[in-house]
Design a protein around this ligand. Structure first.
Ligand code: PLP
Length: 414
């Protein structure tokens, strides 16, 4: 088959449109190279990446240490399946459990698989440890959640686009308002079969909603009081993004079950994991859960390198510092501009809210203008734009980006 040596952006877009399922609506930019905080399109134009593949690329594009670990392992041993042991998985498990302070880790590939795994562990725990009658376990989730795209996960989504016509839906979920402790308490009180509370420490896809201070800590205390597992989905917020290794660290909360993905590989490879202590993880027995690729030697090598980079380069600390600068600079600008209502976020997970309706195309149009000015970001809704650059950004680059963003907003004509 003839493969074109070099595609123009339009050719690449046409190919995807013709031969690919239309399950995304990408910004019309075709990237062919990345390094650190930058990506380049096929015409050679350079952009700041302010999405970081939904926070998978916290360590920056093509980080040499991560890519090096991946290549070395790829030349040595790629996949054994878990039918046999391999000499990398145990090392990764030891490193990650000691990093995050849990007894055990269960390796998966994608975020959605890790969420599914956590739900299965929680249900088993409910029947085998808490004594909930068979098939009665309930898991409490939050409105406007995003936990992935499997049939079960979209069953408890309230995004109609993600849900519609995918029924029948999986039962066993109770939805409550996010950042509402009274709603959590009343759900716990009125549902003796509650087994878990699944929550994002910051709701990323919903538009970077940061809950009130103390919410996570008090929610964890309520879960303890009712003997319900506190399950933190840190797929997007974890691994340095919000200025701490985990977003729950801001409130010194230790989840009963921790879900990681995305930046656990620095974007080099699909790596996800579920962590818990023995009394919970021991409900998983041989044959009761698995994945052919989960825990493969490349993933293990990449996962270890990705976590090492976060620590060695102090990327969480950098995110904390630069995040403050970013919000301070935008907060100085916002009162001078009718277009933006506010900026919010933690560390380098931030969003601006545009002065327009949720179903407007204004955020999209602003992202198109940002693209022209050399910065790539994506709306989470019609009126919200997320700003989440790689955490390897330096101060000077951040100020350059702030000036691109401000200039774009100032010149934008609605
Ligand atoms: C991205 C994301 C997921 C799903 O991860 P995939 O790798 O896309 O399956 C789950 N939870 C949260 C909070 C996410 O941001």
């Amino acid at each position: 088959m003839a493969v074109l040596e070099h595609l123009t952006s339009q050719q690449a877009i046409d190919l995807e449109n013709k031969y690919g399922a239309h399950n995304y609506h990408p910004l019309p930019v075709v990237l062919s190279r990345g390094e650190g905080v930058y990506v380049w399109d096929v015409e050679g134009k350079r952009y700041y990446d302010f999405l970081s593949a939904y926070s998978a690329v916290n360590q920056g594009h093509c980080h040499p240490k991560i890519v090096g670990a991946m290549l070395d392992q790829a030349k040595t041993l790629t996949l054994t399946s878990r039918a046999f042991y391999n000499d990398m998985l145990g090392r990764f498990e030891e490193y990650a459990t000691s990093t995050f302070g849990f007894d055990k880790l269960l390796p998966m590939n994608t975020g959605a698989e890790a969420v599914e795994t956590a739900l299965k562990i929680c249900r088993r725990w409910a029947y085998q440890k808490k004594g909930i009658p068979e098939n009665q376990a309930q898991i409490i989730v939050c409105e406007n959640n995003f936990h992935g795209r499997t049939t079960t996960i979209i069953s408890f989504s309230n995004d109609p686009v993600a849900r519609v016509d995918y029924g029948p839906y999986t039962q066993g979920f109770i939805k409550i308002e996010y950042d509402n402790l009274m709603a959590l308490e009343s759900a716990l009180e009125s549902n003796p079969h509650a087994a878990g509370f699944l929550v994002e420490p910051i709701q990323g896809e919903a538009g970077v909603y940061v809950p009130s201070e103390g919410y996570l800590k008090k929610a964890k205390a309520l879960c303890e009081q009712y003997n319900v597992l506190f399950i933190a989905d840190e797929v997007q917020t974890g691994i340095g993004r919000t200025g701490k290794m985990l977003a729950v660290d801001h409130e010194e909360v230790t989840p009963d079950i921790l879900i990681l993905g995305k930046a656990l590989s620095g974007g080099a490879y699909p790596v996800s994991a579920v962590l818990a202590n023995d009394e919970i993880m021991e409900v998983i027995t041989p044959g009761s859960h698995g994945s052919t690729f989960g825990g493969n030697p490349i993933a293990a090598a990449v996962g270890m390198a990705a976590l090492e980079v976060i620590k060695e380069e102090e990327l969480a600390e950098n995110a904390e510092e630069l995040g403050k600068v970013f919000r301070d600079e935008l907060n100085k600008f916002i009162p001078t501009c009718d277009l933006v209502v506010k900026v919010r976020g933690k560390g380098l997970l931030n969003a601006i809210v545009i002065n327009d309706s949720e179903d407007s195309s204004t955020a999209w149009d602003i992202c198109m203008a940002l693209k022209e000015n050399g910065l790539l970001a994506k709306p989470t809704h019609g009126n919200i734009i997320r700003f989440a650059p790689p955490l390897v950004m330096n101060h000077e680059q951040l100020l350059d980006c702030v000036s691109i963003i401000i200039k774009t907003l100032r010149n934008f004509n609605q």
